[in-house]
Design a protein around this ligand. Structure first.
Ligand code: NAD
Ligand code: UDP
Length: 343
């Protein structure tokens, strides 16, 4: 049963001096997750300092283990539903905190909704107090099960307010509203990225998303399940491209505060994806049909004209190229688990 979670306010004293000119003091909420950990890497590589905040709900410390000893990296276990009292200064806040996999975010819908709404509010308050620019990781889910394709940012979406996905979809929509209103009323410097399906190394093999499911099952020779027969489409962006888009959006001085789609417009049916993954894994795993989850969107394809014209960004990594390191990563993960559990 879901319960109203209570979390303590966390006092954070974090006032790292700038070690060099141009260094930004960044906070990444959700930084131990799939996308967040790649973002932490990118920011550290660029010479910035990072405080990573995560409640480890779906994130894993192994994603950031290599950063733990880095002098510019700090990890803090904290749930963003609780306010943060930060006594240091900040230049950038990236809000990626929220489980992204449907089976995971549906486990505790109330917590998911609160993460999106109360979590965003707390981070927006922190941005106001510190003067930081803040970016929201929103989602293509704000378009729901769309009746137009590709989806442009001015499309208002078709979302079920009471379905199993609503805690996430409506939570993310409400968060966009908060970002918009606090920018307009209080002048907080906001950015909104509408992220489309993204994949790559560090996805949790057990998280239930399509690429993690298909690759791990193909490697193990287990049936790949096509929910609803696999005629629905998704457009898949490789993680490195997505992180470049997030940073470009955050650092643009001219993009404005409107939402910006970030994704790869290459569109595939789920059945096509299954065939591609199975071929690339050299697997003979069978494909089986199972039920389509309620409210599962039938089409998903980003119109990225806004990102191209305002940011000069477009993805560069084709699906098959991105799947090579992704499959290698899942093979290593599975080998690690099998070694650890061997008699
Ligand atoms: P993920 O589940 O791997 O990462 C989310 C991280 O947030 C995890 O580390 C989790 O522990 C943390 N988290 C969850 N609730 C929290 C809370 N209340 N307080 C603190 N930390 C919390 O997912 P991801 O794929 O890395 O997605 C990151 C962000 O990007 C999410 O906000 C998601 O909605 C958004 N997004 C992702 C995709 C995608 O395809 N990967 C697509 C659209 C949007
Ligand atoms: N899907 C599937 N088999 C799986 C996992 C997912 O057919 O083992 C389908 C799912 O029904 C959806 C698409 O793949 O239509 C993408 O699912 P995912 O959970 O990755 O993300 P979503 O875009 O639905 O949030």
């Amino acid at each position: 049963m879901t319960h109203l979670p209570r979390f303590e306010t966390q006092d954070i004293s974090w006032a790292p001096p700038r070690r060099h000119r141009g260094q930004l003091r960044c906070l990444v909420a959700g930084g131990a997750g799939f996308l967040g950990s790649h973002l932490c890497d990118r920011l550290i590589e660029a010479g910035h300092s990072v405080i990573c905040i995560d409640n480890l709900l779906t994130g894993r410390t192994k994603n950031i283990a290599h950063l733990m000893e880095h002098p510019d990296f700090t990890f803090l276990r904290h749930d963003v539903i609780a306010p943060l009292q930060m006594y240091g200064e900040l230049d950038r806040i990236y809000n990626l905190a929220c489980a992204a996999s449907p089976p995971k975010y549906q486990l505790d819908p109330l917590h998911t909704f609160q993460t999106c709404v109360a979590g965003s509010m707390n981070l927006l308050s922190l941005a106001e107090r510190t003067g930081a620019r803040i970016l929201q990781a929103s989602t293509s889910e704000v378009y729901g099960d769309p009746d137009i394709s590709p989806q442009r940012e001015d499309y208002r979406g078709r979302v079920n307010t009471t379905g199993p996905r609503a805690c996430y979809d409506e939570g993310k929509r409400a968060a966009e509203t908060l970002f918009h209103d606090l920018q307009a009323i209080r002048g907080i410097d906001t950015r909104i990225a509408r992220i489309f399906n993204t994949y790559g190394p560090r996805m949790d093999p057990e998280d239930g998303r399509v690429i993690s499911n298909f690759v791990t099952r193909a490697i193990r020779g287990a049936p790949l399940q096509l929910y609803g027969g696999g005629t629905q489409t998704r457009s898949l962006c490789y993680v490195d491209d997505l992180i470049s888009g997030l940073v470009a959006l955050m650092e643009s001085e001219t993009v404005g505060h409107d939402p910006v789609n970030l994704g790869n417009p290459g569109e595939y049916t789920v059945a096509e994806l299954a065939h591609i993954v199975r071929d690339m894994c050299e697997s003979r795993a069978p494909l089986v049909v199972s039920d389509l989850p309620l409210d599962d969107p039938m089409q998903r394809c980003p119109d990225i004209t806004r990102a191209e014209t305002r940011l000069g960004w477009r993805p560069e990594i084709a699906l098959r190229s991105g799947l090579v390191p992704t499959i290698a990563y899942f093979r290593a993960e599975i080998a690690g688990v099998e070694t650890a559990t061997a008699p």
